[in-house]
Design a protein around this ligand. Structure first.
Ligand code: ATP
Ligand code: MG
Length: 395
């Protein structure tokens, strides 16, 4: 964090020396006022993207269409965005085009909530035309300007209000809250990719239960895939116990399970995320009925075993999860994968005196299971004896 702030302040000063306005904006300022660490620090400037690029020896075009240049500062990369609005809106979606504006005030005015619309100058003073610091002090999430107008421009902001409530524990100001209730249906116009990124942050927040209550109370849940308000009575207590997961994918696993495990995930998750959800749900199902066997420990990734146990426990189907126990059991396994077996398929073929075929894979699987479960030792001679006994007796 220190490097990130030093890089950001250095970047602001370089822009000043080149004759431009520049300030730190957005989440980093909010988090700093709250005494939290920031993982990225954004800068807003009067310089146009081409002008920003001319000031620094090393930059990358990460979001030039939105006016953003990545400055490769030696201490850390810093995103620098030209003062802008978001052009015109249609369909309650964020527009693709942006319009540069002259003043910082206009740039802050287009931001979603007062707590995200505070600028920090490099002398440590704040520019706070919408009362963001006061709202942060009082723990209030309030739309900048007219909430109906702001949610009309970009309906995703309604989910963002909930995600910031989950992150901070703040309450949503009543005018802002009522506007969400009025406009909840417009969330359908927003792409699932954008919603997914906000929900990832909800799962990580440690207050997924609060978020679920808010999604239901505002009516948003009725318009979101996999969230059926009719199930709220049964599901909310589980979300209340969800706590802080090791990875956001645990939230997706819980949401999927509570929705009855539909074959297709409507949030366009990555293949890696889908695989993790399958593994977590498999571990959850096992741990709901019995402790893990060595073969479960062998087959499933440690994170999935821990998450599945945790979810089984918080649904009241298993004793409290012991993540260290999973690590110990993983460490005790004689092999980590088939590759570590002391024999190969070719050896089986030679010992059996038969041509290869599907039986080779079948037998490697049997040997793997016998080794993992401790029936035989992972040693060439032991495996050979055990294999030949079994192979000959089955013929
Ligand atoms: P986090 O620390 O969780 O990343 P953040 O405040 O940095 O929170 P981002 O999504 O990274 O949130 O957005 C950075 C800033 O850009 C916000 O603080 C806000 O000022 C502005 N912003 C982002 N998305 C929107 C939006 N949809 N509408 C209006 N302003 C937005
Ligand atoms: Mg951010």
């Amino acid at each position: 964090t220190e490097n990130i702030w030093a890089a950001a302040l250095g970047t602001v000063r370089s822009l000043h020396e080149a004759g431009y306005e520049a300030v730190i904006v957005g989440g980093a300022v909010r988090d700093r006022i709250m005494g939290l660490e920031a993982d990225d620090v954004d800068i807003a400037t009067s310089a146009l993207p081409e002008q920003v690029k001319a000031v620094f020896p090393k930059t990358a075009d990460v979001g030039i269409a939105h006016g953003t240049v990545l400055v490769i500062h030696p201490l850390a990369p810093v995103e620098v965005t030209t003062f802008r609005t978001e052009g015109t809106y249609s369909d309650h979606r964020r527009p693709d085009s942006v319009e540069y504006v002259k003043s910082l005030r206009e740039d802050l005015r287009r931001r979603d909530f007062t707590m995200n619309a505070v600028a920090l100058r490099d002398d440590g003073s704040l520019y706070d035309p919408f009362g963001g610091r006061e709202d942060i002090r009082e723990g209030i999430i309030r739309a900048v300007g007219d909430p109906d107008e702001r949610f009309g421009e970009d309906a995703l902001r309604m989910i963002r209000a909930v995600r910031f409530a989950a992150k901070t524990g703040f309450r949503i100001e009543s005018g802002t809250f009522d506007a969400i209730i009025r406009q909840a249906g417009n969330i359908r116009a927003v792409s699932v990719e954008r919603i997914k990124m906000e929900l990832d942050k909800v799962w990580k927040s440690g207050r997924a239960g609060l978020a679920m209550h808010l999604l239901i109370e505002t009516g948003l849940a009725a318009h979101l895939p996999l969230m059926d308000p009719a199930r709220a009575d049964a599901d909310l207590p589980v979300w209340d116990r969800f706590g802080k997961p090791a990875r956001p994918v645990e939230g997706w696993a819980l949401l999927t399970e509570l929705a009855g495990g539909p074959a297709e995930n409507p949030y366009k998750l990555s293949n890696a995320e889908k695989r993790s959800i399958r593994d977590i749900r498999a571990a959850w199902e096992i741990r709901s009925s019995r402790p893990f066997h060595p073969m479960d420990i062998y087959r499933l990734p440690a994170e999935a075993l821990k998450a599945g146990w945790r979810l089984a426990a918080l649904s009241g189907q298993a004793p409290p999860a012991e993540p260290d126990e999973i690590d110990r059991q993983k460490a005790r396994l004689p092999i980590g994968s088939m590759k570590e077996l002391a024999v190969t398929g070719n050896e089986l073929i030679a010992w059996a005196g038969q041509t290869g075929g599907p039986w080779v894979r079948d037998w490697l699987g049997k040997i793997e299971e016998a080794v993992v479960t401790g029936l035989i030792v992972n040693n060439r001679d032991d495996i050979k004896g055990w294999f030949l006994d079994g192979f000959n007796s089955q013929r």
